[in-house]
Every structure is written in C-alpha cells, then in structure tokens.
Design a binder for this molecule. Structure first.
Ligand code: HEC
Ligand code: HEC
Ligand code: HEC
Length: 299
C-alpha cells in the first residue's frame, strides 16, 4: 500500500512541502511542526486538511475533489507518519539568522556581553544577540561582508566551524560570555552545530559586486511555482520594512544577496516560509531564484 501513498504525496503535496515534508514549518522552532509531525501527533487534523485543504492557501489541493477512497487516505496518513519531524540543519540556519524570532522568545532588553568589547557597531538589544550580526551572513565575520560599514564588529566568522567536531562547537556555545545555554535548549544548540558544520564559502556563488552566478530564467519558473503565492508576481505582497522605507523581496535581494541565500535555504525565522534546502533543488536552483528576484522591483 505504501508505494501508492508515496506517489500520491509526491504528486499532490511535495511541490510545497518537499519530498520529506520539511519545507514548511507551521509552528516556530521552539517546537517545530512539519506535516510529518501533524500526521503523527494529530492524525485527525492531518486527514481533514488533506481531504479539504488548508484555509487561506488557495493552491493546496483538497483531495476530496480528486476522488480519494478511504483506503487511500489511510495509506497517505500511514506514509506521512513515517516522515521526519525535525530538520536540524535548516532549523539551525533559522536560529543562526534570528534565534529570538525563531523560538518566539521575548525581546532582549540588554546587549550580549561580548558586544560590549566592541564600539564600531552601534546596534542594541536583539540584534546584538543574533549569531549573524557578530559572525556575518557570509559566515566570515570581520574577514567578509561585515569587515567594514555599520555592521563592523571585528569579530571572527564561523566558517572554520565546518571542520570542527560537535563537542568542540557545543563547548563554544556554552562558554563564558558566549554561553547561550540559558536561552537555547540542547536540541536547538545541536541544530546550530549541525548547521555550522556544513557552512561553506559563498564566494563562488555571490560576487563582491552583489551579482549572483545564476540563471534568472530558470529562477523565474521556480519563483512562479513556489514563491509567488505568498510574495506575488512583483514580490511586493509582503513588506519586511522595519520603519525605514519599503523592503520587498527585490529590495533585500539587491541589497544583501548573502542574507537572502540564507533565508531561501532555511526559511524565515518564526514564519511559515519555504526552506529551499528541503525541496528537490540544487544549490544552482537556489542561485537561479536569487538571480531572478534581484530583477524584481526594489520600491
Ligand atoms: C500549493 C502549495 C501546497 C500544496 C500543494 C500542499 N500544501 Fe499543505 N500547506 C501549504 C501551506 C502554505 C501551509 C501553511 C499555511 C499556514 O500555516 O499559514 C500548509 C499547511 C499544511 C498542513 C498543516 C497546517 C496547520 O495549520 O498546522 C498540513 C497537515 C498540510 N499542509 C498537508 C498537506 C498535504 C497532505 C498535501 C498534499 C495532499 C498538501 N499539504 C499540499 C501549502 C501547500
Ligand atoms: C555579540 C557577538 C556574538 C554573538 C551574538 C555570537 N557570537 Fe559566536 N563568537 C563571538 C566571538 C567574539 C567569538 C570568538 C571569541 C570567543 O570565543 O569568545 C565567537 C566564537 C564563536 C565560535 C567559534 C568558537 C571556537 O572556538 O571554535 C562559534 C562556533 C560561534 N561563535 C557560534 C555562534 C553562534 C551559533 C551564535 C548564535 C547563537 C553566536 N556565535 C553568537 C561573538 C558572538
Ligand atoms: C507560505 C508563504 C511563503 C512562501 C511560499 C515563501 N515565502 Fe518568503 N516570506 C514569507 C513570510 C511570511 C516572510 C516574512 C515576512 C515578514 O517578515 O514580514 C517571508 C520573507 C521572505 C524574505 C525576506 C525576509 C527579510 O527578512 O528580509 C525573502 C527574501 C523571501 N521571503 C523570499 C522567498 C522566496 C525566494 C520564496 C520561494 C522560494 C519564498 N520566499 C516563499 C512567506 C513565504
């Protein structure tokens, strides 16, 4: 029975949820929820949603319209219950981006203690606790994009972490002023470690002048089938602005392609958004998407 169920999931669900159901996290990373999680924890909800679709998600199919039999729902559920319920690398990537938003924690009212050892970056509060703010979107810290400008801190990157053991990295996350263990539990720290162990240099993908080595035409096809439903054709449906002007998909892609590559690989912390590394996409496909969204309006 399972092979048929697998085919029907592949046909109807993987476009958005990916082959293992890990592309969309419906909760936050305080307790991630993929469709494998729902199938196991709340099989009634899973079958209901498979049967009737998801309110507000126009393109999610309602299998009832496709004439599924009871046995086919049972098989689909049985298969979905075999799918994974965690995705350490992508969860780690979202925590690296903004663990406070990723786990839905309260805003930080102080500055991270190591922050006080530098004076060049004048940000305060939450930003001073974000891994990316000290170590960079390109993982190179002072050696990379944050080696100058308003983000300069003088702190090192984590690019050398890729070669380190889990024990070494876990220890670094629990040491002195770099101790995050009162905020993040061991599973979350392990996800960060798994993420850092696979970070790679983005220099072959993104050039210093912010151009991306991708094929925008292929990117357009992927954007239209996977991103358009939430971001609209012109990328303007969601504005990420935090007070100064507008910030659309096109704006942030032109300004900071390193940040966007992180987000389209791992998803947006605390939001339901595609984690591209769990689609059947290659890194080249992600670069193609990034090339295309750099052509979208910036204002
Ligand atoms: C066109 C894209 C798309 C397709 C195809 C799709 N889904 Fe979804 N699905 C979504 C989105 C987007 C959400 C999350 C909506 C939200 O929470 O904002 C979602 C949510 C869900 C949820 C959980 C919702 C919750 O509120 O916790 C389940 C379960 C689910 N989908 C199962 C399926 C199954 C099974 C299939 C195949 C029969 C499928 N989906 C196909 C886009 C899709
Ligand atoms: C306020 C700035 C700051 C923040 C925020 C920060 N770090 Fe660091 N990190 C540093 C500094 C400075 C060092 C090097 C000196 C040290 O070890 O104290 C470092 C070192 C590291 C190292 C290397 C340790 C080693 O010896 O191999 C890793 C890995 C690391 N950080 C990961 C992270 C992760 C993951 C986060 C997010 C949860 C994070 N850092 C948040 C400043 C920061
Ligand atoms: C199910 C809905 C959904 C899908 C599908 C989706 N996104 Fe998003 N995306 C979001 C939400 C929600 C945000 C956060 C909005 C906010 O912070 O106001 C976001 C944020 C972003 C951001 C910017 C974040 C920032 O903080 O600057 C980028 C870039 C982005 N998405 C690109 C994409 C791309 C490319 C795709 C397709 C591969 C995609 N998104 C698919 C919902 C989605």
């Amino acid at each position: 029975m399972l092979p048929t169920a697998k085919r029907s999931i592949q046909k109807n669900c993987t476009d958005c949820h990916g082959p293992e159901g890990l592309v969309l996290n419906f909760a936050d990373d305080g307790g991630p929820e993929y469709y494998g999680t729902i199938a196991s924890d709340n099989p009634w909800e899973f079958v209901h949603k498979a049967r009737f679709g998801q309110p507000g998600v126009a393109d999610m199919p309602a299998l009832i319209d496709l004439g599924f039999t009871d046995q086919e729902y049972i098989d689909l559920l049985a298969y979905a219950q075999t799918l994974p319920t965690s995705s350490p690398v992508a969860e780690g990537g979202r925590l690296y981006d903004n663990w406070i938003a990723a786990i839905g924690a309260e805003d930080m009212t102080t500055d991270q203690p190591l922050w006080l050892t530098q004076t060049t970056n004048t940000r305060t509060g939450n930003d001073t606790w974000r891994c990316k703010e000290c170590h960079g979107w390109d993982y190179k810290g002072v050696e990379g994009r944050y080696g100058s400008g308003s983000h300069l801190t003088g702190f090192p990157g984590v690019i050398s972490s890729a070669g380190k053991t889990s024990e070494e990295l876990m220890a670094a996350m629990k040491t002195g002023d770099h101790d995050f263990s009162s905020y993040l539990n061991d599973d979350q720290l392990k996800s960060l470690v798994a993420f850092m162990q696979q970070v790679e240099d983005m220099a072959p993908y993104i050039n210093d002048d912010k151009t991306v080595n991708g094929d925008a035409e292929n990117g357009k096809v992927l954007y239209e089938s996977n991103c358009l439903a939430c971001h609209a054709e012109d990328g303007k449906a969601l504005d990420f602005d935090d007070g100064e002007g507008v910030e659309f998909v096109g704006t942030v892609s032109a300004d900071n392609p390193w940040e966007v590559l992180n987000k389209i690989q791992n998803g947006q912390p605390g939001e339901v958004m595609t984690a591209g590394r769990h689609m059947t996409w290659s890194i080249q496909d992600l670069l193609d998407i990034l090339s295309y969204i750099q052509t979208l309006p910036i204002e």
